[in-house]
Design a binder for this molecule. Structure first.
Ligand code: CP
Length: 317
């Protein structure tokens, strides 16, 4: 039997800090493996490949989806989870450094998931841990597992990522998910359109990265025109917590909203994605349309994180 390179790919022990540290071949491998995890993620099938393994979930910043889906992923693989969702209940409150907290988690567990408000915190954690460290979001920096589940969702819904016309809408300046996603979509040769309030445009370095990969993104404020023949609309929240100046936030809040009216002229098979949480940028009336796949996208975090944990910690279905 012919053994393909994907069959012998070994990610055991790797840190996942940024999507940029994974090759396209590795991303494809993770996405293919995540597809195989779906029946295990739904509970239709069961496995104990991570029995005896422990995952630390260290959340220094609020989370619903990322934390719960990592925990679900570990439980579905028969592993166990330790950690915290409220850092004020840890010894950080007594002045313990991040490095020392990580040293503790490293001794107690087989992999570490960390979300932290400071950019670079996950990379620092990786320096102090032998166990693999997964960045679950560091400030306005990176959120690689969100990027993987976004790519997975596009692939599952559209069968391919290449050549898709993708509109990224919202806070493109502070939104960590759109920075990673724009890069990754460019890696696949997708067509990119950036729509945002003027002050929240995509950072120049991300645009430069896309161009380097051969994709010339279009930036516009004309949302209706941009989505008319789009395949994917990726909406993001304007993140109040990332604005250094509250006045800057007040000027842009409520600048856009996706509702049934604006969707009257889009393609029938347009999919609308959102990393969630949403506030006002998608009207709940959109939830019942065939375009809305953001809740399915959130579920996809489970098989994708199961695949990743299985590959990093060891044990394969
Ligand atoms: N998408 C995402 O990261 O959601 P949470 O902040 O709820 O984890």
């Amino acid at each position: 039997m012919l053994i393909t390179s994907s069959e012998i790919m070994n990610l055991k022990g790797r840190d996942i800090i940024s999507i940029r540290e994974l090759s396209k071949e590795e991303i494809n491998f993770i996405l293919d493996y995540a597809k195989k995890m779906i029946p295990y993620a739904t509970g239709e099938k069961s496995t104990d490949i991570l029995k005896g393994k422990i995952l630390s979930c260290l959340f220094f910043e609020p989370s619903t989806r990322t934390r719960l889906s990592f925990e679900t992923a570990m439980h579905r693989l028969a592993g166990r989870v330790i950690g915290f969702a409220d850092p004020t209940m840890t010894s950080q409150k007594k002045g313990e450094t991040l490095a020392d907290t990580i040293r503790m988690a490293d001794g107690y567990s087989d992999a570490i998931v960390i979300r932290h408000p400071l950019e670079g915190a996950a990379r620092l954690a990786a320096e102090f841990a032998d166990a693999p460290v997964i960045n679950a979001g560091d400030g306005a920096g990176r959120h690689p597992t969100q990027c993987l589940l976004d790519l997975f969702t596009i692939k599952m819904e559209k069968n391919r990522i290449e050549d898709q016309k993708v509109v990224l809408l919202g806070d493109l300046k502070y939104g960590r998910t759109v920075h990673s996603l724009a890069y990754a979509l460019a890696l696949y040769g997708a067509e990119l359109i950036f729509v945002s309030p003027k002050t929240l445009g995509m950072p120049k370095e991300v645009i430069r990265e896309c161009k380097k990969l051969g994709v010339e993104p279009i930036s516009t404020s004309n949302l209706e025109k941009a989505i008319r023949d789009a395949d994917v609309l990726y909406v993001t929240r304007i993140q109040k917590e990332r604005f250094p100046d509250p006045e800057e936030y007040n000027r842009v809040v409520g600048a856009y909203q996706i509702n049934r009216k604006i969707l009257e002229h889009v393609k029938e098979d347009l999919i609308i994605m959102h990393p969630l949480p949403r506030v006002t940028e998608i009207d709940p009336e959109v939830d019942s349309t065939s375009h809305a796949i953001y809740f399915k996208q959130a579920f996809n975090g489970v098989p994708v994180r199961m695949a990743l944990l299985s590959l990093l910690v060891g044990g394969r279905i």
